[in-house]
Ligand binder design. Structure first.
Ligand code: FMN
Length: 221
């Protein structure tokens, strides 16, 4: 598969088969992703990949925090806060496309919340990864995290594995920390649920689209 094909094929997948990805394949993909570039080759990513019982315990701990009404405690500012103008519009359009795909109306608050909760159930994926970087690092280091994430997602796509990047998985770090060993000086920036896609699920069939090239990119000279 060419990189350009993987870029087009990769989409955020939010329903999964109950089928484990072989360990050797998971390890191969993470090994290949180690080749990602980073500022001064600092390689700030630390990743905990969870499957089986460990994955289930983390789901239970996160859902229990949410159900008990605990406020989220992300260390890094979440990406969906305080958006304005075209960014707010794209955020809303994206949410509406998601609800539409599963026939949820905006007024159906409880159904929207149930759908939101699926974030912390890894959308049913059998595997998840938590990505942290040192708390002292800044925006430019977060670029490395993003490049690493996309490298990993494209490698997954090449290998027929679906995934969904999730800022939501940084919201309840204490629940994650109870089970997974996130280095003390680090904070979770995002997570990634992954596994084999449930191809026929309606939620896996909506397009959020992209702006015209001229909206985002200018060519001068
Ligand atoms: C850093 C990051 C965080 C994201 N967080 C979430 C999330 O918490 N929940 C979710 O369902 N999707 C999340 N997404 C997926 C985006 O909504 C998705 O990438 C965007 O709508 C474009 O759709 P596509 O990935 O299918 O091309 C996140 C994506 C990125 C890159």
């Amino acid at each position: 598969m060419h990189v350009s094909d993987a870029i087009i094929k990769r989409r955020s997948v939010r329903a999964y088969q109950n089928k484990q990805v072989p360990n050797e394949l998971i390890k191969k993909i993470f090994l290949q992703a180690q080749d990602s570039p980073s500022n001064c080759n600092t390689q700030p990513w630390h990743v905990v990949v969870v499957s089986g019982d460990v994955r289930d315990k983390i789901e239970k701990a996160m859902v229990s925090e949410i159900m008990s009404g605990k406020a989220p405690t992300p260390f890094f500012q979440p990406g969906d806060q305080g958006l304005k103008d075209q960014y707010r519009k794209r955020q809303i359009d994206c949410a509406i496309s998601l609800y539409d795909s599963v026939d949820i109306k905006y007024e159906e608050k409880e159904k929207r919340q149930q759908l939101m909760l699926k974030n912390w159930q890894f959308f049913g994926a059998p595997h998840a990864a938590f990505f942290s970087m040192p708390k002292t690092m800044k925006e430019i280091n977060a670029v490395d995290m993003g490049i690493y994430l996309q490298t990993l997602m494209l490698l997954m796509t090449e290998n027929g594995i679906a995934c969904c990047p999730q800022g939501a998985l940084a919201m309840y770090p204490n629940a994650v920390q109870e089970v997974a060993n996130i280095p003390e000086d680090n904070a979770i920036m995002f997570g990634l649920s992954f596994g084999y896609a449930q191809e026929d699920a309606a939620i896996n069939h909506f397009e959020v689209g992209r702006e015209d090239l001229s909206t985002n990119v200018e060519f001068l000279g």
